[in-house]
Design a protein around this ligand. Sequence first.
Ligand code: NAP
Ligand code: ZN
Length: 347
Amino acid sequence: MITAKAYAALSAKKPLQPHRLDRREPRPDDVVIEIAYCGVCHSDIHTARSEWGPTTYPCVPGHEVVGTVVAVGTKARRFKPGDLAGVGCFVDACGTCKPCRAKEEQFCQGHLSFTYNSTESDGKTPTQGGYATHIVVREKYAYRIKKGVPLARVAPLLCAGITTYSPLKRYKVGKGQRVGVVGLGGLGHMAVKFAKAMGAHVTVFSTSPGKERDAKKLGADAFVVSTKPAGFEPLAGTLDFILDTVSADHDFTPYLQSLKTDATMVLVGASPEPNRLLAMPLLLGRRRLAGSLIGGTRETQEMLDYCFRKKIYCDIELIPATKINEAYERTIKGDVRYRFVIDAATF
Ligand code: NAP
Ligand code: ZN
């Protein structure tokens, strides 16, 4: 066994606290990663607090992991000790179903092992995430990280990056298109960077007027304070695509009304409460409302390589492990610029 130092939630109501974790010895196709950094995703908070349903405790969150491979199993071929590696939102899948064969393992119809609050392929061993010094995963589900990149700023690409890149690519966002991004947090700020890099004109919708200057620095062309109805009026029927990253319930109506005929709004934000949806703005304009979930292994590696090529990294605030609970509170308040990342050397 490899003993890792970690931080865990022990119940929905208590703050996270220091925790010891046993990681398995590497199986033939495993890699052992010494974690350097782990991002703090709002999904970690939803899960730590059982907001999406009962969580299994203790729960070590964290699915935006980067580090160095320190050991490999006897049959591991993709990585060797000393390589950099990343781990995202899942650590195993059946590998044989249709989505797995298409490298869209996030929709695995067999057993998908999420990185935490899930089970290994045996269906019973709990998985534990990246708020820890080490993680052991099948090498097939680890990603290659280029040497020399700013590692702490790469970590959140493993979830915030792929979750926003994937729908922008799928809906062919590009030059000449007008794109809206709702919510300027961890996901939202990456959505702005990607949509700009793909050539779109980007409008940010935010409840935080104080984020306007940042939005423009991130590349946004326009900024709308979403709590003021007047800001939406000139936008009616003008947008080709909207990506909604909001972590809580909010009214979709003004966003749907901003879409052109036949245009789509994709939800990636996962409000624990049911969202309000009035049918009429969808009907008028034959608009579409859709969802998207992270991305598969092929697309995640593609996104990482795209970021390395274009030098697209996350804007982060690096924190020691002792600040995790404070980071949760600030994230919930929308006070994150724009991703907290834990320095794993501080566990
Ligand atoms: P985050 O950093 O907290 O950003 C969410 C942003 O939404 C906030 O910064 C805030 O932006 C806005 N917001 C928060 N509460 C709001 C409210 N009540 N009304 C309107 N706007 C509000 O969170 P994140 O890590 O980016 O994650 C966002 C959501 O995506 C979470 O629900 C997370 O679980 C989910 N998620 C989904 C996937 C997927 O695969 N689909 C992957 C990762 C995360 P402003 O201050 O600009 O208003
Ligand atoms: Zn996430």
